[in-house]
Design a binder for this molecule. Sequence first.
Ligand SMILES: Cc1ncc(COP(=O)(O)O)c(C=O)c1O
Length: 420
Amino acid sequence: MGHNIQPLLNKEYLKAISAQGIYIKDENGKQYLDGSSGAVTCSLGHSHPAIVELIRQQAGKLQFVYRSQFGSVEAEQLATKLFALSPQNAYRHTFFVNSGTEAIETAMKTALQHWLERNQPNKIQFISRWKSYHGITMGALSLSGHPLRRQRFETTLQKYPVLKSDLEKDSIEVHERELREVIDRMGADTIAAFVAEPIVGAAGTALTPPADYYRRIKAVCKENDILFIADEVMSGLGRTGKWFGLEHWHETADIVAVGKSLGAGYAPIAATLMTDEVLEPIKKGTGLIMSGHTYSGHPLSCATALRVLEIVEEEKLLNNVVAQGDYLKANLQALQRRFPVIHTVRGKGLMLGVEFDPAQKGHQAKLIDRCFQNGLLVYPSVGGPEGKDENGILIAPPFIITRTECDILLERLVKSLDEC
Ligand SMILES: Cc1ncc(COP(=O)(O)O)c(C=O)c1O
């Protein structure tokens, strides 16, 4: 082991040397097709020339200012862009952070502060869904039902109420009843917000709620003065073929966390977006939002992210996400008929989940390893009734993937499935 700590302390990780388009090259010169955009992040692929050029120019112009000393044109422009992209111009205000986890922490703190400034200091609880992953710090992990990531810290995490009904099997009435029961039990005057991933990523293998889900759940929240926080860290900014995953349900949230596809791997940046209604009481009250990090609103990161979003628009990549996503999904569904180990294929756009027969223990790890050997990167996810089964993968290549590259991805996947 060298000095750099990586997740598995006793594993020797190969070093990546360079990356171009949808391929990453290791120290031995072997090429890997990035079928997961890293951690569902590199939406524009690697070394996009326009981004490389922008970074070069911006680094020589303004790379850092401290947020309590200066604002920057770069941060303002990116916030304006996110406002313009938000459905019905819902998300007027943006707070920049450096990771998806921090965006969720900021969302939680903003919700708490919102109620505090409205003179409701008892609204301190959060309701989340058990099958969810919202981040790795104590607050965000407390909301998350990802057993693998929680197990070492269970005793230290906050005990927030969770919803456990099945997003695929249970009716909308069951979901609504469960939420109402939790609210009745806890008391609406103790609950700050309901937090959910529009489409569940690592903790649910692209689990997708039914058509009317968010309208009904949001109505219950509104009725009870509970804010709705959408965790769009994975599903947001184009990954599902729309700018925001919630648009598939024609809905908006009160607060939204975005990350991953915002910096697209070119800059460590994430953001918490919010409506006027959420921010206004804080603005009129103490006038201070108590969150933030040294690198919040980093001009180099903001300029990079703005260019990322512009390129998604200029290259009409949302259309490509839908076209290649539909193609991949149809092919994965065809593979389901050929390989009985594949239980379920689901997802939207280029956020696709493949869940395996839970009885086939160890299949996920074996397949991911075979894929790696065959030059294909896929992302592990969990599934099963308790969200404990390590039997899923996410297929989430960059938005720029071509039809030919989809075929190479599928070929490598089939070879790997054959070898398992
Ligand atoms: C839905 C969701 N929320 C939050 C996070 C945390 O983001 P980060 O790893 O950037 O802290 C992730 C990361 O995978 C995620 O998928």
